[in-house]
Ligand binder design. Sequence first.
Ligand code: FES
Length: 111
Amino acid sequence: MVCIQVQGKTITCDRGENLRQVLLKNDIDLYNGQASVINCRGIGTCGTCAVEIFGEVSQLQWREKARLSIPPHSPQTTRRLACQVKVLGDIKVKKYDGFWGQGSQTVWTES
Ligand code: FES
């Protein structure tokens, strides 16, 4: 088991689980505003599940890299798409503002 600190909660999951699925299953507000309704349901194309992650997760793959290279994200971003991330160790997750979570203002942190 690994621990995820997110939005004031500490939740656990199996190593290798999909981050988006774990967060939604635990009622974490992964999406900002209407993005909770208008999103690609985890296929990696909308970019609205973007978060900042501290800790060990899977490497960036082509689909995620491609989406994060398109505005409003940018190739220089440190954000990850929760739907494309496997949790590999204990992590902390932070969400930023904007429809895609691309902003610079924090919406919530791990605590
Ligand atoms: S849910 Fe659409 S990119 Fe992650």
